[in-house]
Design a protein around this ligand. Structure first.
Ligand code: C2E
Ligand code: MG
Ligand code: MG
Length: 695
């Protein structure tokens, strides 16, 4: 969405009104010019040779100075600065309305044509200036002014000021109404907004006009000298506009940079606020871009970014904008959308651009990336929030490997509420005597014998004001912080001391504890575990650690040392949520795990999905052929229990037997539990007791 292309389009929602307005301005200009010329016939030029040399000089200078017109930077709203205005006003004062109008029309057509404006825009802007000049002329006529006694008295200065103001007011208001129709922003806001820059530029030029007239009356050729200060102003304005343009754009791709993106998004938010519209901000981060730079060189990396920038720009429409907001990050703005499916389609288009190979110097580079989406007003009402939330969604898309993700508060581990929750959890974990943090235990049953072989320890946290917090959400929150370590140590501490108490009561259960892969990175993890086991005199084999598959596979080499030590110690390892990550058989074979736990999504799916049945069956066969114990979690009913038994699954846990319960209730449950080996009675005790203990 370049400035030029946007300006050349009509707003999609107010097309008729917009073109109606443009037509009205053009028609009004034609009528106003015709009437004014007719009312002041003396102003018609009869003979070209009568035109004073000074007028010719000023006319040529006006055209030359606009040969490379000046467009103020970052200016979706600002007009082209007409540096020839001094000459046009001087011609109006010196020679009259018609010559000034002719020169002004030529100059305006030249400026807008050179800026790549569409034909209707050239017509509109020419008409706008014609109306402005007519207004200025009528003010002078009304004040009874002619060039002869223009500067005779102080009254002349007032009339000149009034004429200049009329020119500026008409020209500026006409454009403000066009902006209002285009961007649905109140016209008065546009007037105020552009007043500073536009007013300074135009009044500076208008003020030069009478000086040029005085100079011309002395010696026409002296007017040429005015080229020097005007050129100096032009150069400085051009340099500062280049400077500002560079500050807002990326030097490699020419796209807006982060600051430019912020400007565009903030303006789009302002418009959406006024019109009740919606907009979307997308952030796309390339995967492994550093690897491209390192292996193929920075030159190829740059070419890749340029090629992607071109492709992204080509796929957008006028209401969409692409920016390069970081080294390998692109930002996209959908300035107006009707339905959310439009945003999804756009994100998919960006993704499909990324998924195709890019050929650079006969090298095919495969790129991929993650895209995060945040929408106004649902996900934020200012640039900072939308940008941060799109970033959060992008990281979520990256970690899920899903390509695209729309922002959701649960992905945001740094929102003030979640940080406060994390702080509360930390305090609760550090004060074992206070209520709030507790471990629940869910029995694991051997399918062949029906015996309870172990329990899984599951964390429960009751927040003082928010009540029970979902454990998976809590872990996801803590996992990105130092709280995870405190949490794991507290869980291990409690689980091992509970094991010791049960063993003292004659209960020989095995306890499975969930640990995060971050814990396995900590060098003192094994020492701490060993120390707790020794302190409570619990044999290592009574403890099993559950590690999630995806986390483990992400960096198996790093955790291998810890896993080896745990194996030597005699603590069993279980691969949790098996089937949901990126399983590598090679890793599975090399890791010292003794158990795999089939993810509950597959087990729950067995009820109505034949594919889930096939997956569960093949995991069981795979586990058995690798000599691993297979545990199914999420067994909710008898039918699934039967199927798992038939497939040869070793053990199961789930609501069919019992929901997770506090340690204090486990002994009671165990005393009521009756194993059902062959044909479990329909009203067996387990599901009833499961219902009686809530999470
Ligand atoms: P997980 O380790 O896969 O634990 C199994 C989850 O399945 C538990 O959810 C359990 O309550 C639930 N579940 C068990 N049987 C059934 C069933 O029949 N039907 C259904 N629908 N669900 C069943 P929970 O307690 O909400 O824990 C969620 C996850 O949070 C755990 O998944 C584990 O990854 C994590 N987590 C819980 N406690 C801890 C902990 O102390 N440390 C760490 N690192 N993670 C923990
Ligand atoms: Mg688990
Ligand atoms: Mg699990």
């Amino acid at each position: 969405m370049t400035t030029t292309s946007l300006r050349n389009t009509a707003p999609s929602q107010r097309r008729e009104a917009f073109f109606g307005y443009v037509t009205a301005v053009v028609v009004s200009a034609v009528i106003a010019v015709a009437l004014t010329s007719w009312l002041t016939p003396a102003l018609w030029i009869v003979n070209l040779t009568d035109v004073p040399v000074a007028v010719w000089v000023m006319a040529v200078m006006a055209i030359l100075i606009e040969w490379r017109p000046l467009l103020p930077p970052g200016s979706r709203y600002s007009q082209a600065a007409m540096l020839s205005l001094s000459f046009i006003m001087a011609i109006l004062l010196w020679w009259g309305y018609i010559p000034a109008l002719i020169i002004q029309t030529v100059v305006a057509a030249l400026i807008f044509k050179r800026l790549g404006a569409a034909a209707w825009r050239v017509a509109f802007n020419t008409a706008q200036f014609a109306l402005a000049l007519t207004a200025a002329h009528l003010v002078l006529v009304a004040a009874g002014m002619s060039s002869a006694h223009l500067l005779d008295s102080g009254w002349g200065l007032v009339a000149l000021l009034a004429a200049g103001t009329a020119w500026f007011a008409v020209s500026h208001l006409l454009v403000c109404f066009a902006w209002t129709l285009r961007f649905s922003v109140p016209w008065w806001r546009m007037v105020v907004r552009a007043f500073g820059y536009e007013a300074v530029v135009h009044f500076a030029q208008l003020a030069l006009a009478p000086i040029l007239v005085v100079v011309a009356s002395v010696n026409a050729w002296l007017v040429l000298l005015s080229a020097v200060p005007i050129y100096a102003v032009y150069r400085m304005a051009r340099l500062s506009s280049e400077h500002e343009r560079m500050a807002l754009s990326d030097s490699l791709t020419g796209l807006p940079n982060r600051k430019g993106f912020q400007t565009e998004v903030s303006e789009a938010i302002d418009r959406a606020e006024e019109s009740g519209g919606r907009l979307a901000v997308l952030i796309c981060d390339l995967d492994r871009f550093a690897a491209v730079n390192n292996s193929l060189g920075h030159g190829v990396g740059d070419q890749l970014l340029k090629e992607l920038a071109n492709r992204f720009t080509a796929c957008g429409q006028s209401s969409q904008m692409v920016a390069k907001i970081g080294g390998d990050e692109f930002g996209f703005l959908i300035a107006e959308y009707g339905s959310e499916s439009e945003v999804e389609r756009y994100a998919d288009r960006v993704r499909s651009i990324l998924s195709g190979p890019v050929w650079l110097d006969d090298v095919s580079v495969d790129v991929s990336g993650a895209i995060g989406v945040a929408c106004y007003p649902q996900d934020g009402t200012d640039f900072e929030t939308l940008f941060r939330h799109a970033d959060v969604a992008m990281y979520e898309a990256k970690s899920r490997g899903s390509g695209v993700a729309r922002y959701a508060p649960e992905y945001d581990h740094h929102s003030p509420e979640r940080l406060a929750l994390l702080g509360d959890l930390r305090r609760a974990l550090e004060a074992p005597d206070l209520p709030g943090v507790e471990l629940y235990y869910q029995p694991q049953i051997e399918l062949a014998s029906g015996d309870v072989v172990g329990v899984e320890a599951l964390l429960r946290y009751r927040h003082p004001s928010q009540g029970s917090v979902d454990p998976a959400e809590l872990i996801a929150l803590a996992e990105h912080s130092a709280v995870m370590r405190i949490l794991t140590y507290r869980v291990i501490d409690e689980a091992v001391s509970q094991l010791a108490r049960w063993r003292a009561d004659g209960l020989t259960l095995r306890v499975s504890v969930n640990v995060s892969v971050r814990d396995l990175h900590a060098t003192d993890f094994c020492d701490y575990l060993t120390q707790r086991l020794i302190k409570h005199q619990v044999p290592p084999a009574a403890l099993r650690l559950e590690i999630t598959e995806s986390a483990l596979m992400a960096d198996p080499r790093r955790v291998m040392a810890t896993l080896k030590r745990l194996e030597e110690l005699g603590v069993g390892l279980s691969l949790d949520d098996f089937g949901t990550g990126f399983s590598s058989m090679q890793h599975l074979r090399r890791l010292p795990v003794s158990e795999v736990k089939i993810d509950k999504s597959f087990v729950l799916g067995m009820a109505d999905d034949p594919d889930a049945v096939a997956i569960v069956r093949s995991i069981i066969e795979l586990g058995r052929s690798l000599g691993l114990q297979v545990v199914a979690e999420g067994v909710e009913n008898e039918r699934i229990w039967r199927q798992l038994r038939k497939f040869g699954c070793d053990a199961a846990q789930g609501w069919f037997y019992a929901k997770p319960m506090p340690a204090s209730q486990l002994a009671g449950w165990l005393s009521r539990y009756r194993p059902h080996v062959a044909d479990p009675p329909i009203n067996n005790v387990s599901p009833i007791s499961a219902r009686s203990v809530s999470r």
